[in-house]
Design a binder for this molecule. Structure first.
Ligand code: ZN
Length: 467
């Protein structure tokens, strides 16, 4: 017991002694937000000079990094930094972030309390687009490396910093992370692990059941597809309509799809996640949870009642964009719907098309995949990186429950499946859900006090992974 207490004290002291320049981190995040690195689906609309400004900002903000690490521009504006380790026999690690942001809604209106590209620091928050997604991470990673260099730290393992420029808009060809991975692959590099955005900290507060933070380490992410379904019919004047127009037929397609979702299935990762949470709940839920998970039909019936629960156990389909006639008095010659489909890892585009054709009774539909990303890799939970993330998370708060997590959104990480098996998505920023919802919305802002904690986290993570 005494030994354990001493060990814990040494550990806590060690964490506290990790030096951080908090003022500098705040200043740099403010500056980073002021540079409008907005990515656009139509790349001709991108302002490349802003990305050049961002590169220059990094260069003058982090002199030691630019003196010591090799910096390469990859693709149009992505950056790859190499911090050479002393042991070339060890596989390198990579820290990932994207420098692009989504456009700001209502930029000139009064939705924003402080303008989205102001980087305004009110002492409690730093405001603006990218404050949480994810210039905060990029800046904290740079701060951590710069500080480690100031302290004379030399890694044994090589460290790559991989910063994409179009995560928000581009999936495969043309994606900066994709180009970085191809560069590393051509050089024959295999990564020990990668760390990127996408993890989640969910504060759970259900009295008598569970009161703690659930820290999800993303070990897999859902695939996604935008599927366009088109039906055709004779056009003509709307004054003499047939029984069903193309729009009417399309409505039946939508009804068929909504009535026949994918069957739920239990992936090991999701089972692990629910069991880990279950173990940490109070009696009698703690006692009931394993039985419930063992009896899948009942578990699925409950989980599928809630959209977030259903998303964990099935491939989801959402009918989003509809298009028909261009005018009220014109019968549509074609009508189409876009299905936004989020596939469980392992489910392919072929599986999706098969399901659509099976459940839609109209056999004359046209099915086209507009965009598609299949995922299958699930990272292990017994790797060094997973253990380090768990340790650092619990060190910050002993009550944190760390569990493997299936990421719903998409990240640049999945490209790294080509050169790495240990791919983790985790964020050291403890942010309440209400604040997290400002990502991609108005009033995105980062709590100032989280910056120092996060720089400290990245310093410790790098040290533990490279020595
Ligand atoms: Zn992001």
């Amino acid at each position: 017991m005494l030994f354990y207490a001493m060990f814990l004290m040494a550990f806590v002291l060690h964490a506290q002694t990790e030096q951080v320049n908090a003022d500098r981190a705040q200043r740099h995040l403010s500056e980073a937000i002021q540079i409008r690195t907005v990515s656009q689906i139509d790349e001709s609309k991108m302002e490349w000079t802003e990305f050049e400004r961002f590169h220059a900002f990094l260069e003058h903000s982090y002199p030691l990094i630019h003196n010591t690490l090799l910096r390469e521009k990859i693709s149009k504006a992505s950056l790859l930094y190499t911090w050479q380790g002393t042991r070339p026999d060890l596989d390198p690690i990579a820290l990932l972030a994207h420098m692009d942001v989504v456009p700001a809604v209502d930029e000139d209106g009064d939705l924003w309390q402080h303008p989205p590209f102001s980087g305004f620091n009110d002492g409690e928050y730093i405001w603006g687009r990218g404050a949480l997604d994810m210039k905060n991470v990029l800046v904290c990673v740079m701060e951590a490396v710069e500080t480690l260099l100031e302290e004379g730290y030399v890694p044994e393992r090589t460290v790559y910093l991989c910063f994409g420029h179009n995560e928000e808009t581009t999936i495969n060809e043309g994606n900066g992370a994709y180009a970085i991975v191809n560069t590393l692959k051509e050089r024959g590099i295999h990564l020990e692990s990668t760390l990127d955005e996408g993890g989640a900290v969910l504060p759970i507060d259900i009295k008598g059941v569970l009161q703690a933070n659930l820290v999800g380490i993303g070990i897999a992410e859902k695939g996604f597809a935008n599927v366009k379904i088109t039906v055709r019919a004779d056009g003509g004047h709307a004054s003499q309509p047939p029984k069903h127009t193309a729009a009417g037929q399309l409505a039946k397609v939508v009804r068929d799809l909504e009535r026949h979702p994918f069957e739920p299935e239990m992936l090991t990762i999701v089972d692990d996640m629910f069991r880990t949470v279950g173990k940490n709940t109070e009696f009698p839920i703690r006692w009931l949870a394993p039985f419930l998970l063992d009896f899948q039909p009942l578990f699925f019936a409950i989980a599928c009642q809630f959209p977030p629960g259903a998303a964990f156990v099935r491939t989801t389909m959402a009918c989003t964009m509809l298009e028909g006639s261009p005018s009220p008095n014109v019968l549509p010659e074609e009508a189409c719907v876009i299905i936004d489909c989020r596939m469980l890892p392992g489910t392919t585009a072929e599986d999706v098309e098969r399901h659509i054709r099976k459940v839609v009774r109209n056999k004359d539909i046209e099915v086209e995949f507009v965009r598609c990303k299949e995922t299958k890799a699930i990272s292990p939970v017994d790797s060094k990186a997973f253990a380090v993330l768990t340790e650092l998370s619990q060190q910050r708060d002993g009550k944190n429950i760390v569990a493997p997590y299936l990421v719903m959104g998409r990240t640049d990480s999945y490209h790294y499946e080509a050169i790495c098996e240990n791919i983790y998505r985790y964020s050291p920023f403890l942010v309440p859900t209400s604040l997290l919802l400002t990502t991609h919305a108005a009033n995105e802002r980062c709590p100032v006090e989280e910056l120092a904690e996060s720089v400290r986290f990245y310093k410790m993570y790098i040290k533990k992974m490279t020595e």
